[in-house]
Write a protein that binds this ligand. Structure first.
Ligand code: HEM
Length: 488
C-alpha cells in the first residue's frame, strides 16, 4: 500500500512519449565508483557531491554512484531523486521494494543483530515486518504516559550538569551528556528500567556507539587521511566478532528489562529471541542513534537563532504549562505551536537520516519539477534528503535557512507535506503497510520536550556549533537562568 506520494508527484506508471532517459554517468567500472567515493568523502563532501552533479547534468533526477562502492557494495549505481517532487517515489510501496537496503547499497552482517534481518531491513511484503512493526507501535502506545516523566527526570539531570560545567569551565559539551542521557531515557521510557541502574552500568552508550560504528563505518569519515580511512573503513566490513561482547551485554539488559514488550511480540507471533533482537535494534540503533544526531542539531539551530526566539519560546512554553496547573502535560505540549514549528524546521533543515533507497518494482516514470524520466524495473532509486527538504521551489528563498515560524498558521501547515525526515510525509502516518518511521510522533514529542526543559530553566543561552562523526557537535557557552516561572 502506498504511504503517500502518488498523488502529488513522485512518479507515475502510465507511459508517456515525453518521458526522458535519466541523465548522468557512472564512469568506468570500478575506477568511476572509487573516484566518486573520494569526491564524496574528501574532495567535495556530501552536499557538494550531489549539488555539483545536479549542476553538471542540469537535472534533479540523475544517474550517479553512491558510496561506499567497491568492495563493500556489489553495485554502487543509482538513480538519484534530488528534489521535493521526485523524492516521494521512495515512500510508495507500490513502486519500490525496501528489502535489505536500510543502510543502502551494502548490508551489515546479520551476525551484528543476532542472526536476524531486523525490521529496518524488511519489506512490508514480508510477513515478519508487520509483526515487528506492530510490536513497536503497540509498545510506544502503551508507554505514552511514561515518556514525559522519564524525559523530565533524565534531561533535568542533564541540565543540572550543564549548569555545573558552565559555572566551572565556561562550557558544557552537550553531545557527551546527551549520549549518556538519551540512552538511559530510552530505556526508562520504553521499559521502565534505566540501563545505568542495571549490570550494564554506565558503559551502555559506549558499547552502543561501537556497535553502531560496526554498521555505519562504510558511510562515515573520521577526518583522517584517505590512505588510512579507505582500507580501514570503506573497503571491507569490520569483523563482527570484535563487537560480540558489547552486543551480548546490551542484549542481557534488553532480555531482562523488556519482558513486557517481548510478551507483546510473542503475542503477535514472533519468537521471544527475534522480538528481543528487534527491540534492541529499535531502541539502540533507531531511537538512541536518532536522538544522538537529532538533539545536537536541534539545540544548535535554536541556540544560533538567538535571544528573540528564546523569549518567544519561553513565553509560549511557560504560558501553556501554567494553564495546565504547572504540569508538563501532553495537552499543554499540543498548545505550543511555535515549539512544534521549531522542531519540524530543525528536522527539515537537517534531517538526521539523510539517505533513503528503494528498488523499482516495475518500469516507472518519475517526475521532477522540470521533466519526466523513465526508470527500469530493478534499478536502485536513491534520495539525498537535504536536497529534497531544502528545495527552493517549495520553500522559497529561505529554503536553506532556519526559519522558526515556518510551519505556523494555515499557510505554514500546508508545507508540512514536504517534511520527509521520517521516510514519509509529515502529514502521513506510519503503519504496518509502509516503511515510515514508527517513532515519528515520539521524535516530534521529545524534540518539543527538549525545548520545554530548556525554556522552563533558562531565559536564554548561547552555543558554539561544530561537526562530529554523525552530525552536529554543540557546546553550551553560557546560560541565563529563568527570571520568571510558569504563569508569572
Ligand atoms: C525507519 C528516521 C527514531 C524505529 C526509519 C526511517 C527513517 C527513520 C528515515 C526509514 C529508513 C528507510 O527505510 O529508508 C528516524 C529518525 C529518528 C528515528 C531521524 C530520530 C530522530 C525512531 C524511534 C524508533 C524508530 C524513536 C522507535 C521505535 C524505526 C523502525 C524503522 C524506522 C523500526 C523501520 C520501519 C519499517 O520497517 O517500516 N526511521 N527514526 N525510529 N525507524 Fe526511525
Amino acid at each position: 500500500m502506498a504511504s503517500s506520494g502518488g498523488g502529488q508527484g513522485g512518479g507515475s506508471t502510465t507511459t508517456s512519449a515525453a518521458a526522458k532517459a535519466v541523465p548522468g554517468s557512472y564512469g568506468l567500472p570500478l575506477v568511476g565508483a572509487v573516484r566518486d567515493r573520494l569526491d564524496f568523502y574528501y574532495f567535495q563532501g556530501q552536499d557538494k557531491y550531489f549539488e555539483s552533479r545536479i549542476q553538471r547534468y542540469g537535472s534533479t533526477v540523475v544517474r550517479i554512484n553512491v558510496p561506499p562502492g567497491p568492495f563493500m557494495a556489489r553495485d554502487p549505481r543509482v538513480v538519484a531523486v534530488l528534489d521535493a517532487k521526485s523524492f516521494p517515489v521512495l515512500f510508495d510501496m507500490d513502486k519500490v521494494e525496501k528489502k535489505d537496503l536500510f543502510t543502502g547499497t551494502y548490508m551489515p552482517s546479520t551476525a551484528l543483530t543476532g542472526g536476524y534481518r531486523v525490521c529496518s531491513y524488511l519489506d512490508p511484503s514480508e510477513p515478519t515486518h508487520a509483526k515487528v512493526k506492530q510490536m513497536l507501535l503497540s509498545l510506544l502506545l502503551s508507554r505514552k504516559d511514561h515518556v514525559v516523566p522519564a524525559f523530565r527526570s533524565n534531561f533535568g539531570a542533564l541540565l543540572d550538569a550543564v549548569d555545573a560545567d558552565v559555572a566551572k569551565t565556561g562550557k558544557a559539551d552537550f553531545n557527551t551528556l546527551n549520549d549518556a542521557t538519551a540512552f538511559d531515557f530510552v530505556g526508562e521510557a520504553y521499559f521502565g528500567v534505566r540501563p545505568s541502574a542495571t549490570d550494564l552500568g554506565t558503559g551502555g552508550p559506549n558499547k552502543a556507539a561501537k556497535w553502531l560504528l560496526w554498521q555505519l563505518h562504510p558511510l562515515v569519515t573520521l577526518g583522517l587521511t584517505p590512505f588510512i580511512e579507505e582500507p580501514l573503513l570503506h573497503t571491507f566490513h569490520l569483523p563482527p566478532f570484535l563487537v560480540k561482547g558489547d552486543y551480548k551485554s546490551l542484549f542481557a539488559y534488553f532480555s531482562a528489562a523488556a519482558k513486557q514488550a517481548i510478551d507483546i511480540g510473542e503475542g503477535l507471533g514472533l519468537s521471544r529471541d527475534e522480538a528481543c533482537h528487534n527491540l534492541l535494534f529499535a531502541s539502540t540503533f533507531n531511537s538512541y542513534g536518532g536522538l544522538k544526531v537529532f538533539f545536537p542539531s536541534l539545540l544548535g539551530s535554536v541556540g544560533g537563532a538567538g535571544q528573540k526566539l528564546h523569549e518567544r519560546l519561553a513565553a509560549e512554553i511557560r504560558g501553556a504549562v501554567a494553564e495546565a496547573g504547572g504540569e508538563v502535560t501532553l495537552a499543554a505540549l499540543e498548545k505550543m505551536e511555535l515549539a512544534k514549528s521549531v522542531v519540524w524546521e530543525a528536522l527539515r533543515l537537517d534531517p538526521p537520516v539523510k539517505f533513503q533507497y528503494g528498488h523499482a518494482k516495475k518500469d516507472l516514470e518519475i517526475a521532477s519539477h522540470d521533466a519526466v524520466f523513465q526508470v527500469r524495473k530493478g534499478e536502485m532509486l536513491f534520495g539525498y534528503q537535504p536536497c529534497a527538504t531544502k528545495d527552493a521551489r517549495v520553500f522559497g528563498a529561505t529554503a536553506g535557512d532556519f526559519v522558526p515560524d515556518r510551519f505556523l498558521g494555515n499557510e505554514g501547515s500546508k508545507l508540512l507535506q514536504y517534511v520527509y525526515w521520517s521516510n514519509g510525509r509529515e502529514t502521513d502516518s506510519p503503519s504496518v503497510h509502509n516503511k515510515q518511521c514508527p517513532g515519528k510522533n515520539f521524535v516530534v514529542l521529545v524534540g518539543r520536550l527538549l525545548l520545554v526543559e530548556l525554556f522552563l530553566r533558562y531565559d536564554t543561552f548561547t552555543t558554539e556549533v561544530g561537526t562530529e562523526l554523525l552530525g552536529t557537535s554543540v557546546n553550551f557557552t553560557s546560560v541565563t537562568k529563568a527570571t520568571s516561572g510558569p504563569g508569572s
